[in-house]
Ligand binder design. Structure first.
Ligand code: SAH
Length: 227
């Protein structure tokens, strides 16, 4: 049985202490992230609990790190940037967000502090199970996780106010756009394995969805099917 973690475990010590975390947030802010709600939520989210203990001492460096199965936990700056781009489009209350590519669960945990409900889909069963356990240990009740293929989205819970894709593909699957509310935004790394553009698709005044490139990023690929 998984138990709820204690405040002390969540708080961390030494390389995982609040001081170390605060330094990371300062660094992310210095790189240009300015949404204080996003920064505060990240300051409170214990990234060291979303990776193997052997790597926990590096949890508050601004780098992506391996989580097994050939996957990675995203770089904090990139998580902050994507979250900032997404939350700008969300209603202040009651926002429902879909994430494709749960991975460690870290991005979903950050979103959980900013949206009413986060739906997240992971194709690798072992990662999905581990992330699910973490959400329980942290008492995050507003995250719903599904082991499945993100190409299909989560039709039963659509429409979403925002969709965030955390795996790279040359084109965002049309099914995901179909599950986005008219006012909603979708943020995704678009491109091949050599590197991608971080794109936000947001409606303009006429309601037509426009793509705008915000950064260059490097994500693991968005692949077909479940594993
Ligand atoms: N958001 C994650 C980082 C994700 S790494 C975090 O915060 O840690 C990208 C993840 O997308 C990997 O775990 C990978 O298995 C998953 N993925 C790739 N293709 C997918 C698909 N078709 N459906 C769902 N998940 C997928």
């Amino acid at each position: 049985m998984l138990r709820r973690l204690t405040e002390a475990e969540i708080a961390g010590v030494g390389m995982t202490s609040q001081r170390t975390r605060d330094r990371l947030i300062d660094r992310v802010r210095a790189k240009g992230v300015c949404d204080e709600r996003v920064l505060e939520t990240m300051r409170r989210t214990p990234r060291h609990l979303f990776m193997d203990e052997a790597l926990a001492s590096r949890a508050y460096e601004d780098v992506s790190l391996p989580i097994g199965h050939g996957q990675t936990i995203s770089q904090p700056f990139v998580v902050a940037r994507m979250t900032e781009l997404l939350v700008e489009c969300l209603p202040r209350r009651g926002a429902r967000v879909l994430e494709i590519g749960t991975g460690s669960g870290y991005q979903a945990a950050v979103l959980a502090g900013l949206a009413e409900t986060v739906y997240t889909i992971e194709r690798v069963r072992a990662l999905a199970e581990r992330a699910h356990g973490r959400f329980r240990q942290l008492g995050l009740r507003n995250v719903q996780l599904r082991h499945g293929d993100g190409h299909e989205g989560w039709p039963g819970e659509a429409p979403f106010d925002g969709i965030i894709v955390t795996a790279a593909r040359a084109q965002v699957p049309a099914e995901l756009f179909a599950q986005l509310a008219a006012h909603g935004c979708l943020v995704a790394p678009v491109g091949g394995s050599g590197g991608q553009e971080l794109v936000r698709y947001a409606p303009d005044e006429e309601g037509a969805r426009q793509a705008r490139v915000h950064d260059l990023v490097s994500f693991v690929p968005f692949v077909d099917g479940r594993a």
